[in-house]
Design a protein around this ligand. Structure first.
Ligand SMILES: Nc1ncnc2c1ncn2[C@@H]1O[C@H](COP(=O)(O)OP(=O)(O)OP(=O)(O)O)[C@@H](O)[C@H]1O
Ligand SMILES: [Zn+2]
Length: 466
């Protein structure tokens, strides 16, 4: 049985879905105004692993993750670049897909966008207002936090501690400093939507509440996101949704730890970040993903060249074992002692499942993989081997690889479509910024990989050369 650490109760709990065999899962997605750094890539990678494992264990998973495609940061970026908000958002949504696809993150079943969910967001706020949980003030709408019983239950904070906390801004339009914004009145010349409270746009927290309700219903099984989202974002999502429906928003809350660099959280505001699309040029995307999964998702992971090189070497060892198994298979007849080895392989599978059942411990599951490789190497040193055993080893590597989203078979060094598109996008940006040196460098890199670019009036086209 799968157990997972529920941030709501601070305990590891057996996973019991609302509907047998089905999982409704939501993960807060990115605000699309720049490229993702490797810290931002951790939530998509680890929750993709969780989704894959739940699927492996027989659940039918519906996975939803949003795009925040209008917000202060995007508006600021658009103003700086002299572009439309929609153009900036579109570009970075493409870049997000390109990076996460290279990292072998499966697309969500649904990727709702704020700008496409506006009617539902407005209806959600209007219903909160009707119930007395929201009030209008000068074109803004706020949530009446103290009216919601249970505010603070996720982050474990009492209302009065929050009140004195420095993170709450004081704004005289609010009835109470704890109240937070649901709808923001538009500033002059700012992108806006019509609403019962005038022209404006939604606050950040309300989007997720409205999108979850629309796409998955009132109560979902798992709500996931980075640890920094616990407060205020997730606390506010709970308040909005539960005030409206009277039902629990999510039965299980999962929060991933940070990617640190020199023991400090990697973040855009600190400027200590490494972009995902840069690091996957230096190491393969597979190595980056494997590296990420060598730590348990809740523990902080330090980002360093040394650790990445370690992950690269480890992955190489596993791939070599698999290549040797394949090679051996081609020249083996069916003979040798089978039962003992088949039992060993079945035992490894059992241990892998036990580790993953225990709060998705991919770190320990990967050490089971290394043990499996060790066993495989011992087996191959025997004089006589059997096709059946070699196949059983290979099947298990393939099975684990599918769960982790990392392939252990050797591949030609070929660029994936998504990586090519990411590079072309980066070249477009470089050209726009008149950074022609970088633009040429990218053209050369693509040429080296036999990708031919063609500038057309409709934009850049590409094809693989012969
Ligand atoms: N270092 C990190 N490790 C793991 N997850 C992270 C890290 N930084 C951000 N995230 C996650 O990435 C997503 C986007 O976060 P956000 O845009 O706040 O990134 P950021 O770099 O921290 O930006 P800022 O410094 O502007 O807050 C969130 O889900 C957040 O939890
Ligand atoms: Zn959210």
């Amino acid at each position: 049985m799968i157990k997972l650490f529920n941030s709501l109760t601070n305990k590891k709990e057996p996973f019991v879905p609302i509907e047998e065999g089905k999982v409704k899962m939501y993960c807060c997605g990115p605000t699309v105004y720049n490229y993702i750094h490797i810290g931002n890539a951790r939530p998509p990678i680890v929750y993709d692993m969780v989704r894959r494992y739940l699927t492996y264990r027989g659940y039918d998973v519906t996975f939803v993750s949003n795009f925040t495609d209008v917000d202060d940061k995007i508006i600021r970026a658009a103003n700086e670049l002299g572009e439309e908000v929609a153009a900036v958002a579109e570009r970075f949504i493409k870049a997000y897909y390109a990076d996460t696809c290279a990292l072998n993150v499966k697309e969500a079943d649904l990727h709702p966008r704020v700008t496409e969910t506006m009617d539902d967001i407005i209806a959600f706020i209007a219903d909160l207002e009707k119930k007395g949980f929201a009030y209008e003030a000068g074109g803004d709408v706020y949530f009446r936090t103290r009216k919601f019983n249970g505010y603070g239950k996720l982050s474990g904070q009492a209302l009065d501690d929050l009140q004195s906390g420095a993170r709450i801004e004081v704004d005289e339009r609010k009835e109470d400093p704890l109240d937070f914004v649901l709808w923001k009145a538009a500033k002059p010349n700012e992108i806006s939507w019509s609403s019962p409270w005038g022209e404006g746009r939604p606050g950040w927290h309300i989007e997720c509440s409205a999108m979850i309700k629309k796409s998955l219903g009132d109560t979902i099984d798992i709500h996931a996101g980075g640890k920094d989202l616990t407060f205020p974002h997730h606390e506010n999502e709970i308040a909005q949704s539960e005030a409206l429906t009277g039902k629990k928003l999510a039965n299980y809350w999962m929060h991933n730890g940070f990617v640190n660099i020199n023991n400090e959280k990697m973040s855009k505001s600190l400027g200590n970040f490494v972009l995902a699309h840069d690091i996957i040029q230096q190491y393969s995307p597979e190595v980056v993903r494997f590296f990420m999964l060598t730590a348990h998702y809740r523990t902080p992971i330090n980002f360093s060249d040394e650790l990445l090189k370690g992950a690269e070497a480890g992955l190489e060892r596993l791939k070599n074992t698999v290549a040797n198994l394949q090679h051996r298979l081609a020249e083996t007849a069916d003979m040798g002692a089978e039962e003992e080895w088949l039992e060993k392989i079945a035992g490894a599978k059992q241990r892998f499942i036990e580790e993953m059942d225990d709060d998705f411990n991919s770190a320990n599951a990967i050490s089971v993989l290394f043990d499996l490789a060790k066993e495989a190497n011992i087996y191959m040193s025997e004089a006589q081997t059997s096709k059946k055993v070699l196949n059983a080893f290979l099947e298990l590597f393939a099975e684990f690889g599918e769960v982790l989203g990392v392939s252990f078979t050797q591949q030609e060094e070929e660029l994936l479509d998504a990586e090519i598109e990411a590079l072309i996008e980066e070249r477009n940006v470089a050209r726009k910024e008149r950074n022609f040196a970088r633009a040429d460098e990218i053209r050369d890199l693509l040429k080296e990989k036999n990708i031919v670019l063609e500038d057309t009036p409709q934009g850049v086209r590409w094809k693989r050369g012969s």
